[in-house]
Design a binder for this molecule. Structure first.
Ligand SMILES: *Cc1c(COP(=O)(O)O)cnc(C)c1O
Length: 363
C-alpha cells in the first residue's frame, strides 16, 4: 500500500473535547463536525465523541443526514439553517436543530406542517455581517418563534469575526451588543467558536461551539500553545521514494524555482497537491523526516514533492515523512505549514481529498 495517509487519533479528539469543556465548565458544548469534521471524517469523529458532548453541529442538511444515516442519534445543529419546505420536513423527521438567520427561513418554518416542533437557534448579526437578524429585530422575531407551533425551544446565537485576534476590540464590542440585544429575553445563548472558547471567557454564555480546536489546532497564528493542552489529531504522512545528489547551481522540479546553493541531497516524497498538500507551499516549508525538520525544495507537483535533506542525517528510501502532525516529540502544526502557503490550517485539513486514506488510531 502507498504510505501516503492521514492518521486520525480519535483519543486526541476526545481529549480536546474534554479540554474545551473544562475551559467553559458552566456551558454546554456543541462540537462542530462540519466539512467532514474538518477533513478528519465526520462519521468516525461523530461516533467517537457523541457521548462526550451535548450536541454536534454541521453546516448543511446533507451533512446532518449523512450522520443520521450512520446511526448518529444525538442532537445535530444545522448551522446554515433551512429554507425549503421539503428540507424542513426532513429536519423534523430526523429531529435536527436549526439555525434561523433570515426572514425567508423564519417564514418557511412558520408556514410548514411538520411532524414535530424543532429546536431553533436564532442567529443575531452583532458585527460579522454575514448571517443573522439585526439586534433591533430580535424581540419581535423571538415573539414570532414563541408563537409558532413548529418551534420547540429558542437559543440565541451570534458569531465572532475577530476572536482569533484577541488584541482587537471587535470581539468585546460584539459581546456588548449581544448582551444588550438579548439580556431581557431570558433565553439560552451561544457565541464562542474555538477562539472565543480559548480567549474570551465572558463570551462563553450557555453553549460553546468549538470546531478547529477539537482537532488539536490553535486558531491563533501568533500564540504558541505551550501548555500542550491540545493534542494534534491528524498526522499527514508519506514516504521517501527517491534520493539523489544535486550539484551546486542545478535546479529542482517544475520551473526550476529551487536552486542548489551548494552540493545538495534531495529526497522525493510521494505526496502532492492531489493528496492534500498545498500547491502554494513555498521553498522552505518545513517537513519532518527522521525526527528533524527538513525544507521543501521546489514546486509541489500533483503526486510528489522534493525536499532538501542535505543536513538531515541518515535518510533512506522508505523513511516516513510527516507533512503535519507529530513524529516522536517533534510537532509541526497544520497552521504553521499553512503560513508557508498563504492560508490557514483550517483549509489544509478540510481540503484533504478522498485519495488520501484516513486511518483511525486509538479508537
Ligand atoms: C464553523 C463554525 C464554528 C466553529 O468554528 P471554529 O473556529 O472551527 O471553532 C462555530 N460556529 C459557527 C456558526 C460556525 O460556522
Amino acid at each position: 500500500m502507498r504510505a501516503t495517509e492521514a492518521l486520525i487519533d480519535l483519543s486526541a479528539i476526545k481529549h480536546n473535547v474534554a479540554h474545551a469543556k473544562s475551559l467553559a465548565p458552566k456551558a454546554r458544548c456543541v462540537a462542530v463536525v462540519k466539512a467532514n469534521a474538518y477533513g478528519h471524517g465526520a462519521i468516525a469523529v461523530a461516533k467517537a465523541i457523541t457521548n462526550d458532548t451535548d450536541a454536534l453541529a454541521v453546516a448543511c442538511l446533507e451533512e446532518a443526514l449523512e450522520l443520521r444515516d450512520s446511526a448518529v442519534t444525538g442532537p445535530i445543529l444545522v448551522l446554515e439553517g433551512i429554507c425549503q419546505h421539503e428540507s424542513l420536513v426532513l429536519a423534523a423527521k430526523h429531529n435536527l436543530w436549526l439555525m434561523i438567520h433570515n426572514e425567508a427561513q423564519l417564514s418557511a418554518l412558520e408556514n410548514s406542517h411538520l411532524s414535530q416542533p424543532l429546536s431553533c437557534w436564532l442567529k443575531i448579526d452583532t458585527g460579522m455581517h454575514r448571517l443573522g437578524f439585526t439586534p433591533t429585530d430580535i424581540s419581535k422575531t423571538v415573539a414570532r418563534l414563541k408563537h409558532s407551533q413548529n418551534c420547540q425551544s429558542i437559543t440565541l446565537a451570534t458569531h465572532f469575526a475577530c476572536a482569533d485576534e484577541p488584541d482587537k476590540p471587535d470581539t468585546d464590542s460584539q459581546i456588548e451588543l449581544f448582551d444588550r440585544a438579548t439580556q431581557s429575553l431570558q433565553l439560552p445563548r451561544s457565541a464562542s467558536n474555538s477562539a472565543g472558547v480559548l480567549a474570551f471567557p465572558h463570551g462563553h454564555y450557555d453553549w460553546i461551539r468549538p470546531g478547529y480546536m477539537l482537532y488539536g489546532n490553535s486558531p491563533f497564528q501568533h500564540i504558541v500553545d505551550t501548555a500542550d493542552a491540545l493534542r494534534p489529531a491528524m498526522q499527514f504522512q508519506c514516504e521517501v521514494i527517491a534520493l539523489r545528489q544535486v550539484p551546486k547551481g542545478d535546479t529542482v522540479g517544475y520551473s526550476g524555482v529551487w536552486q542548489a546553493a551548494k552540493d545538495s541531497v534531495i529526497a522525493t516524497l510521494n505526496v502532492g497537491y492531489a493528496d492534500g498538500y498545498p500547491r502554494a507551499a513555498k521553498n522552505g516549508t518545513p517537513i519532518i523526516i527522521n525526527g528533524q525538520r527538513a525544507k521543501l525544495a521546489g514546486r509541489v507537483s500533483m503526486d510528489m514533492i522534493t525536499v532538501d535533506v542535505t543536513d538531515i542525517e541518515n535518510v533512506n528510501l522508505g523513511d516516513i515523512a510527516v507533512l503535519w502532525g507529530k513524529q516522536g516529540q517533534l510537532v509541526l502544526s497544520a497552521g504553521e505549514v499553512a503560513q508557508h502557503a498563504g492560508t490557514i490550517g483550517y483549509e489544509l485539513t478540510t481540503r484533504m481529498p478522498p485519495r488520501t486514506p484516513r486511518r483511525y488510531i486509538n479508537t
